[in-house]
Design a protein around this ligand. Structure first.
Ligand SMILES: [Zn+2]
Length: 166
């Protein structure tokens, strides 16, 4: 089983995003999303990409859940504040007839920067719902999880066979 796992991950190791240690037990796989792909892209550009597979290990799941919840909340608050700032910066001059397009552009630019900084420093990625198997004990659960995930693909041919046989 362990050999299979090594074959599956020829590049990089499985690293927990919370404790930054190599994952050895049960773990949740981090979803590859736009932000993670962007960070990876930047790292590749600077040739510092480690191509590690990102996980959250069992003991850190609750820590990560809290972090994720906090991140979602903070991003919402920051976005709301940014929207209010943009409205004030552009709305007040507009009301007094001194609207400047350059002000709109620069306030949008600052807004994007603020949100980007918030993401970079606070980011907590989403994780897959099913546990990824790393130890042999978890292997069966991944098989079950995999079947659930690709259930439609697996079920259809089986049903066809059954129908054809009866
Ligand atoms: Zn961990």
């Amino acid at each position: 089983m362990a050999i299979n796992e090594i074959k599956k991950t020829p590049s990089g190791s499985k690293i927990c995003v919370i404790c930054h240690k190599e994952v050895t037990g049960n773990a949740l796989k981090v979803k590859d999303d736009f932000i993670i792909n962007s960070i990876r892209g930047v790292k590749r550009l600077f040739r510092i990409a480690q191509n590690n597979k990102l996980f959250v290990c069992d003991k850190d799941i609750n820590v990560h859940k809290e972090k994720r919840k906090k991140f979602e909340k903070e991003l919402l608050i920051i976005s709301a504040i940014v929207v209010i700032i943009i409205l004030l910066l552009n709305g007040l001059p507009l009301l007094s007839g001194r609207f400047q397009f350059s002000m709109l552009l620069s306030s949008l630019f600052i807004a994007i920067l603020i949100i980007l900084f918030a993401i970079v420093f606070k980011y907590a990625p989403a994780v897959e719902e099913t546990k990824d198997l790393i130890s042999s004990r978890v292997n069966t659960s991944k098989v079950i999880g995999g079947l659930k995930g690709q259930g439609e693909k697996h079920k259809r041919p089986l049903q066809k066979i059954k129908k054809g046989g009866s």
